[in-house]
Design a protein around this ligand. Structure first.
Ligand code: FE2
Length: 656
């Protein structure tokens, strides 16, 4: 048995992942345990959880692998700061102590911290440094870790790989090829030219948090017009045919330090950045739309180039920009790749998983048998909106439920902790919390009845998801047919901006009846339009609405998950991957005819997604959620004892 612990840390979204004999046994982000969103500290709790999943002690590991090379990153920081001296010098001085204290001494630090993960206290951990661990410590390259996270768990035997993010060591995006167990990176774009940092600069300028608010910019884009596209292209950057960028760094400040944009940028766009939490105006919507348009153009060019350059028929994506599911949807539809697969933990958390798999396949040379070769995955050939391509799904033998088989190495991304019925009941009884327990067969019908009656339900079941999306393990769900559901969920449950759309979870068997998509999107990383047959005809007055006013018009049979441009961020659900979730949606369909539920992550704004039953109960009581489902225990808000907290929890979480 060979056990490998992958670690990503010290930038944002620390995580740990345990791979044993090539199988991903566990993966989790540190934030879920510490309850600090995007926690970047060494993932002691996540590592401890991963070890416990396999009953291992830290000193029983064979390899520990870190997702990037701290010295290379230091080299980049040093060189960049010196290039921009003296402007960048103050942030260099700020960063230096952390580097001197932690990052450059990584091997020692990892040993000490992992000793803690093994359950020792700090003092003994320090002593343990003297007693050498048996495991071998390895460091990967940042973009190689992303590439490995994109390719190794994918269903494909061979594929082009594209990684796009802000910045790792030097690379900001890379193109490569995966074949069997080998990955070859062919080309990279280097800092400071970066699509991720361009998007982050606009995230900053429109008043959202960098490395966290990017998806809000994406959500805001459909309300705006692409007014600034030509200005951005004239002044800020050149997009080459291969999708590489040349940015005009007079306008950006991220090379020099902590701000993303500078005075020249402010002048160009007519004023300083929007203050966070202040009113969002049409200007921010137009800026969001413009940067989204450019991002899509760049991603289409990059993926087209990757298609031509690699000669591959399939594409794997990772890196923070791969979370831009609107752009992914266009890549699927408009680039000739037959299929794409996107790592659900596309950001740096996924690097922990990538490096662990890279150690198994590349460093140790173990063979990889892909689901495609094993026959457990089959292409749907669906890259056109208009229907199956030649040789597409129609030509293939369906599986027993009429669908082509779908398997990848991620286990639905349900790689985190699970709480047993016994643990849940012990928690509920120790707190004397009233609940009703149902049998596993009754439960889907019970939850479906609640949804059909317009109730908002917190669903905590099975293993926690790895990656930023809740996929029915730690989700809040509701009826998508209700015109009030979107604003009710935004304002009463999530306490966040009402413009933000929700995502649908739909039975895989029925996705093509409701959306212009007929392929798997298990990780909610593809955007497609609501099917024309489900849309509502708009009146001329409704058509004429502008900006945020568009929000209040029901555009389809499922308005709560239909964005103002009719798009939806889709999660397809298969029974074999998440049986209970599938059965709940199926029971809802039996009652209502609608095989879709609203799915939003189980948290309030700025809070990491819930992990334990206690987290779920706390979130349930802090919000206006109606029911909480903890495995087969169902809690009714009206029956709960008064929930009093000493402090206002809203001050606990920074808005993201
Ligand atoms: Fe990254």
């Amino acid at each position: 048995m060979v056990s490998i612990l992958g670690i990503s840390a010290f930038y944002h979204d620390s995580a740990a992942c345990l791979v044993v004999d090539g199988e991903i046994l566990a993966a989790a982000q540190e934030e879920r345990f510490t309850r600090v969103k995007h926690d970047h500290n060494f993932p002691v709790s996540a590592a401890r959880y991963c070890l416990s999943e396999a009953n291992l002690q830290a000193d029983q590991l064979d390899y520990v692998a870190f997702y990037d090379k701290p010295l290379l990153k230091f080299d980049r920081l040093l060189e960049t700061y010196l290039d921009y001296a003296p402007a960048g010098f103050s942030s260099f001085l700020k960063a230096l102590p952390l580097w001197m204290k932690e990052k450059l001494w990584m091997p020692d630090l990892i040993r000490t911290e992992l000793a803690k993960a093994g359950g020792e206290d700090d003092e003994r951990a320090a002593k343990k440094l003297g007693k050498k661990f048996e495991w071998k410590l390895l460091f990967g390259d940042h973009h190689e870790s992303h590439a490995a996270s994109a390719f190794y768990p994918s269903p494909f035997e061979e594929a082009a790989i594209l990684t796009i993010d802000g910045v790792g060591e030097w690379a900001t995006s890379s193109i490569g090829i995966g074949k069997g167990n080998e990955i070859t990176l062919l080309k990279e774009l280097r800092f400071p030219d970066s699509l991720g940092l361009l998007y982050s600069a606009f995230t900053y300028y429109t008043g959202f948090r960098v490395n966290s608010g990017e998806y809000k910019v994406m959500g805001l884009a459909p309300y705006g017009e692409p007014k600034y596209v030509s200005l951005i292209k004239d002044k800020l950057l050149e997009v080459r045919d291969d999708g590489s960028l040349k940015m005009n760094h007079e306008y950006f400040s991220y090379s020099q330090g902590l701000r993303m944009t500078g005075r020249a940028f402010d002048k160009l766009f007519g004023g300083p950045p929007r203050r966070p939490e202040s009113l969002i105006t049409q200007k921010e919507m137009d800026l969001a739309r413009s940067v989204q348009v450019i991002t899509e153009e760049v991603m289409l060019k990059m993926t087209n180039y990757a298609y031509k350059e690699t000669g591959m028929k399939k594409l794997c994506l990772a890196g923070g920009v791969a979370l831009n599911c609107v752009a992914n949807g266009r890549v699927l539809r408009e680039v000739p790749f037959e299929d794409i697969w996107i790592q659900p933990a596309a950001g740096d958390a996924g690097g922990a998983l990538g490096i662990a798999l890279a150690v198994w396949h590349r460093y140790l040379g173990n063979a990889r048998k892909s689901p495609e070769t094993a026959g457990t995955w089959q292409s749907t050939g669906m890259t056109e909106k208009t229907g199956p391509k030649e040789g597409g799904r129609d030509a293939r033998a369906p599986s027993s439920n009429g669908l082509p088989p779908y398997a990848d190495g991620m286990k639905g991304s349900y790689l985190g902790p699970r709480h047993t019925e016994a643990e849940i009941e012990e928690f509920l009884q120790s707190r004397r919390l009233p609940y009703r327990k149902y049998s596993r067969t009754e439960l889907p019908g019970v939850v479906a009845e609640l949804l059909a009656a317009g109730k908002i339900v917190g669903l905590h079941q099975g293993r926690m998801e790895f990656g930023p999306r809740a996929l029915g393990g730690r989700s809040i769900i509701g009826d998508p047919r209700s015109p009030e559901m979107q604003s009710a969920m935004n304002l009463k449950i999530k306490y966040r901006e009402s413009f933000r759309p929700f995502a649908p979870s739909v039975l895989r068997e029925r996705v093509a009846d409701w959306f212009e998509l007929d392929t798997d999107s298990p990780y909610m990383l593809l955007v497609a339009d609501v099917a024309a047959s489900q849309r509502r005809r708009m009146t001329p007055a409704e058509e004429a609405l502008w900006g945020i006013e568009k929000l209040n018009v029901a555009r389809s049979e499922i308005p709560a998950v239909t964005h103002v441009d009719y798009s939806a961020r889709i999660q397809t659900v298969r029974r074999e991957t998440n049986p209970l979730y599938w059965e709940i949606i199926e029971a809802f369909r039996e009652r209502t005819g609608c095989p879709v539920v609203v799915n939003t992550s189980f948290n309030v704004r700025g809070e990491p997604i819930v992990c334990t039953p206690e987290d779920s109960y706390r979130c349930f009581m802090r919000t206006e959620m109606d029911f909480l489902v903890l495995e087969t225990c169902v809690l009714d808000k009206r029956e709960q004892p008064k929930f009093a907290e000493k402090t206002d929890w809203r001050s606990q979480f920074k808005p993201d």
